[in-house]
Design a binder for this molecule. Structure first.
Ligand SMILES: [Fe+2]
Ligand SMILES: [Fe+2]
Length: 177
């Protein structure tokens, strides 16, 4: 494998590992709010289901990181903190913000995975197949979020932009360090 390819694939795995972990932290933050201050059993079930998929995604990248000896991003503790904070905060605001948070994050991740799919060649067949599967899962999560009332109207559009910008910044940093 060419050196540039190897570095690229390592960056892909590092950032995906960080992103999937971040996703789990967001959902953990939301569940924390839903187990304490906010009562909404349906919403809780929805989030628990999505979180199970993220667990599958993270497990895969966890294994890849170990198998290929890739260093995880140094900023995991920061992403953990921000993820839980974002999840908790959105769930405290209400159901629309909770689901918007899912929609916004999944829209960024979906595009991010699509870019990787476009760039990966046949040398990384298994990895590519997994990322395709995960991308489908993320699209499904996004659809659930809109079905459950995610809104981008009014002030929510600002929240959407903030979450998207934050996620993109986290992605570009986690590719490199
Ligand atoms: Fe995921
Ligand atoms: Fe997801």
């Amino acid at each position: 494998m060419k050196k540039t390819n190897k570095i690229k694939v390592e960056e892909f795995i590092r950032v995906n590992h960080a992103g999937e972990r971040g996703a789990i932290k967001i959902y953990e933050g939301q569940l924390l709010a839903l187990n304490t201050f906010v009562k909404n059993e349906n919403l809780k079930k929805t989030i628990e289901k999505i979180k199970n998929d993220e667990k599958e995604h993270l497990d895969f990248f966890n294994k890849e990181i170990k198998k290929r000896n890739i260093k995880p991003t140094k900023l995991l503790p920061l992403w953990d903190l921000l993820g839980v904070g974002l999840g908790f905060g959105s769930a405290i605001i209400g159901k629309k913000a909770t689901m918007l948070c899912t929609a916004s994050v999944e829209e960024v991740i979906e595009e991010h995975y699509q870019n990787q799919i476009n760039e990966l060649d046949s040398e990384e067949k298994v990895l590519k197949k997994k990322i395709k599967k995960f991308r489908d899962d993320e699209l499904h999560h996004r659809d659930i979020a809109y079905e459950q009332g995610a809104s981008k109207k009014g002030l929510y559009s600002i929240l959407d932009k903030m979450i998207k910008t934050g996620s993109k910044v986290a992605i570009s940093i986690s590719e490199k360090i």
